[in-house]
Design a binder for this molecule. Structure first.
Ligand SMILES: Nc1nc2c(ncn2[C@@H]2O[C@H](COP(=O)(O)OP(=O)(O)OP(=O)(O)O)[C@@H](O)[C@H]2O)c(=O)[nH]1
Ligand SMILES: [Mg+2]
Length: 303
C-alpha cells in the first residue's frame, strides 16, 4: 500500500502538455531555428514510451530568473504558474520558487523556476541559488530602458555560478502593454541587439495581459527538456571509467566555489562525497539548502 502511494505520480494538467515544438519569438534573436524536436531525442522518447519506460532519473531542470527590482520577474512567473496578476509591488526577499510539471513528447518533465530578488540588499542571498541552472532568464522592463542596460551585469553574475556553455540564456522584456506600437518597435530592436551580444533568445511579454507568457515558458521547457534528453543519451553511451575499471554513475556533479567539480558515486551521500575529497560539508551548504528548499517551500515575501 505504502509502495503504491510512493509510486503515484499525479497527472500533468492538460494545459501543460506540449505536443508541437514551440517556436521562438523573433528569428533575429533565437537560440534554435528548427521547428521540430531533434530526431535523436524524438526516437529516444518514442522508444521509452513504447517500452513503458520512464527515464532513470527524474527529468527536472532549473531555471533562474534575474533582473533589476520592479521589472516584473515575480509577476511573469505568477502569470504562468497561477494565472494571476498583482498590480501592487511586493519586493521578493531572497528567493522564491515554483515547480511546473509538463508532458513533452509523452514523457513527464518538471521545471524548477527560481524567482530571485532584484534589490541590491538581497543579492547575496539570491546569488547562492544561481548555481546549477540549465536556463538563465534575464528580465528587463521595456518601459524603463535603463533596466536593459543592466542586463549585461546580471548575466555576468549568473554565469559566475554556472558553466557558460551549459546554460540557455533568455532575455525577456516585460510590460509590453505599457508601450505604444512605435515604442515597442524601438525597444525590441535594442533588445534584439543586446540578445545577440549575450547569445540569448529574446522574448517580449506582458504579465498583465498574459501576452506571450505561456509561449515563452513552453519554449524554455522544450529547449531544456530536449537538452536533458540528449545529455542523458550521451551519458548512457559513454559512462565514465575511473580507477580499476569501476563504472561511475554520474548522479550529481557540483561545483563548490573555486574547487574543481566533485562527482558523487552510487550509494554515496553528498556528505560522504565531500569528506572523500576533503571538502567540509559546510562548504556545500547552499546546495544542501537548495535541496531542502525543493522539498518544502521556502517562501520569502514581504507584505
Ligand atoms: N503594466 C504592467 N505592469 C507590470 C507587469 N509586470 C509587472 N508589473 C508591475 O510591476 C511591478 C513590479 O513587479 P514584480 O513582479 O513584483 O517585480 P520584481 O521584478 O519581481 O521585483 P523584485 O522582487 O523587487 O526584484 C508591480 O507593481 C507589477 O504590478 C506587466 O506586464 N504590465
Ligand atoms: Mg519579485
Amino acid at each position: 500500500m505504502q509502495n503504491r502511494m510512493m509510486n503515484f505520480v499525479p497527472p500533468v494538467s492538460r494545459d501543460r502538455v506540449i505536443s508541437q515544438f514551440p517556436k521562438c519569438y523573433n528569428p533575429q534573436a533565437c537560440l534554435q531555428m528548427k521547428d521540430d524536436w531533434n530526431s535523436k531525442a524524438k526516437t529516444a522518447c518514442k522508444e521509452r514510451l513504447a517500452k513503458h519506460q520512464g527515464w532513470d532519473r527524474l527529468k527536472m531542470s532549473k531555471a533562474v530568473v534575474v533582473g533589476d527590482l520592479n521589472v516584473g520577474k515575480t509577476c511573469l512567473i505568477n502569470r504562468f504558474c497561477k494565472d494571476a496578476f498583482d498590480r501592487d509591488y511586493k519586493a521578493t526577499i531572497g528567493v522564491d520558487f515554483e515547480i511546473e510539471r509538463f508532458e513533452l513528447s509523452g514523457l513527464p518533465y518538471s521545471l524548477q523556476i527560481w524567482d530571485t530578488a532584484g534589490q541590491e540588499k538581497f543579492k547575496c542571498i539570491a546569488s547562492a541559488y544561481y548555481r546549477g541552472a540549465q536556463v538563465i532568464v534575464i528580465v528587463f522592463d521595456m518601459a524603463d530602458i535603463n533596466t536593459l542596460e543592466h542586463t549585461r551585469q546580471w548575466l555576468v553574475e549568473a554565469l559566475r555560478e554556472n558553466e557558460p556553455n551549459a546554460c540557455f540564456i533568455f532575455l525577456v522584456g516585460t510590460k509590453r502593454d505599457l508601450l505604444s506600437a512605435e515604442e515597442l518597435k524601438r525597444t525590441e530592436k535594442d533588445a534584439v541587439k543586446m540578445a545577440a551580444e549575450m547569445n540569448a533568445e529574446f522574448w517580449s511579454v506582458s504579465a498583465k495581459t498574459g501576452e506571450n507568457v505561456q509561449e515563452f515558458f513552453f519554449r524554455v521547457a522544450a529547449l531544456a527538456f530536449e537538452d536533458a534528453i540528449l545529455k542523458e543519451l550521451e551519458d548512457e553511451s559513454s559512462p565514465s571509467r575511473v580507477g580499476r575499471g569501476e563504472l561511475l554513475d554520474l548522479r550529481y556533479t557540483v561545483r563548490i566555489q573555486a574547487r574543481p567539480a566533485v562527482t558523487g558515486t552510487p550509494g554515496e551521500t553528498q556528505a560522504d562525497t565531500f569528506s572523500r575529497v576533503g571538502v567540509s560539508f559546510k562548504a556545500a551548504l547552499p546546495l544542501a539548502v537548495e535541496r531542502q528548499a525543493v522539498m518544502g517551500r521556502y517562501l520569502h515575501r514581504c507584505g
